[in-house]
Write a protein of this length. Structure first.
Length: 389
């Protein structure tokens, strides 16, 4: 009985927020090209990018992407390395690969036109409930909610709930509450207004700006003083603690042979799948260890220089790196020089070096910046090379 009452209250609240929220949004909001030109393709590309960074940062990436891949057809046919280059800096490169896969399906199965129905959108690679809701509502005017972290935060504060927003059931329930309340004449406006409120007023860090909020009269957290209580603001929405990230140590070897730099493609599965990287070895080696490793392999390197430590945090893993710049002997041929049978050192090259350099291509820095996409995890070492030019 109590649960039914609560559900009814939530349903009523969802209906009550529609008008003040849409009025507030229509009075003024941030201008974004993909909102003023809400073509399905633009909405899709921008929403995938927005999952990774802020609106301000997305603008540049979006413009560059759309300039080169102006429509679904061009995305479906783009070369994968070029796609990775266009996605460089955004991270989560699988999202870009999935976009290409989805674009290929849309071209083949839907004649190049993005499907309008939520379920059809959801069936495409890389399109989850949130993105399907955004495309369906903003581009096609379908009454489908979009529930992301911003929207969850606003709602949990409105109702003063301490439920764990990382639970799939909490997200699912909010979708169910919002769906019947979606305004049929402007579902896209409603969704964008909720997102905008979460991004600009009911802030993810710091205190919410409740005095500017069109929902302040309806908000449970406002009544308990959230706008001046940082601890309370941090406690809603509640998230159960994540497992600690796995720590990994790496030695990154920026190897140069006659001005060409070694890069190697990672395997097609797992972390940074299919991305290009500087060759690296598990564990942190000292400068002397690195020199010895090459020496034991029969390679008398011209010089080894420390590039210092760097750290990169992925969602579940942290990399703690130590980098070195290694000048390989000029006598080595580029590309295939480390195959044991062809080695100028007569097969004395140790497997770890054979394996590592044997997978590498050697490219000029210009080609590297132009055609390859090196993940931001290696930024400290990429910056060193750029600084050397
Ligand atoms: Fe967020 Fe404050 Fe608005 Fe409540 S009143 S939704 S806490 S900004």
């Amino acid at each position: 009985m109590e649960k039914n009452n609560r559900d009814q209250q939530d349903q009523k609240l969802a209906e009550d927020i529609v008008k003040p929220l849409c009025d507030w949004f229509l009075k003024g909001h941030r201008q974004m090209y993909w909102r003023t030109h809400p073509q399905p393709y633009y909405v899709w590309v921008s929403e995938i990018m927005l999952q990774q960074t802020r609106v301000e940062a997305v603008r540049g990436y979006f413009d560059r992407f759309i300039q080169e891949l102006p429509n679904l057809e061009s995305l479906a046919h783009v070369d994968e390395d070029r796609l990775m280059k266009l996605w460089e800096g955004l991270g989560y490169y699988n999202r870009a690969r999935n976009m290409k896969k989805a674009a290929m399906i849309v071209v083949e199965e839907y004649g190049g036109k993005m499907p309008a129905e939520y379920e059809q959108l959801l069936s495409l690679p890389g399109i989850g409930e949130y993105t399907a809701g955004a495309i369906a509502s903003i581009a096609f005017g379908k009454p489908e909610p979009c529930v992301d972290g911003n929207v969850l935060r606003v709602w949990m504060r409105l109702v003063g709930s301490d439920e764990d927003i990382l639970k799939a059931s909490v997200k699912k329930k909010l979708r169910q509450i919002l769906k019947p309340a979606m305004p049929m004449d402007c579902p896209g406006t409603f969704n964008q207004a909720l997102m905008e409120l979460g991004a600009c007023v009911c802030l993810p860090s710091g205190l919410p700006k409740c005095k500017e909020c069109p929902l302040q009269e309806l908000c449970a957290a406002k009544k308990t003083g959230i706008e001046t209580d940082l601890e309370l603001a941090r406690s809603i929405p509640y998230r159960a603690k994540n497992k600690p990230r796995k720590q990994e140590e790496l030695t990154v070897l920026v190897c140069s042979c006659r001005g060409r730099i070694a890069v190697n493609r990672r395997s097609d599965t797992g972390l940074l799948a299919g991305m290009w990287e500087f060759p690296n070895i598990s564990g942190k080696l000292s400068l002397e260890d690195v020199r010895m490793l090459f020496l034991e392999a029969g390679l008398i390197v011209q010089s080894v220089k420390s590039l210092g430590g760097a750290k990169h945090i992925f969602s579940h893993i942290e990399w703690h790196m130590e980098g070195y710049f290694v000048e390989l002997p000029d006598s080595l041929e580029s590309g295939n020089f480390v195959k044991e049978e062809d080695s100028p050192y007569g097969g004395q090259v140790r497997p770890i070096i054979t394996e590592m350099l044997g997978r590498c291509r050697f490219e000029t820095p210009d080609d590297l910046w132009e055609s390859y996409s090196l993940p931001s995890a290696f930024q400290a070492y990429t910056m060193y090379l750029k600084g050397k030019e």
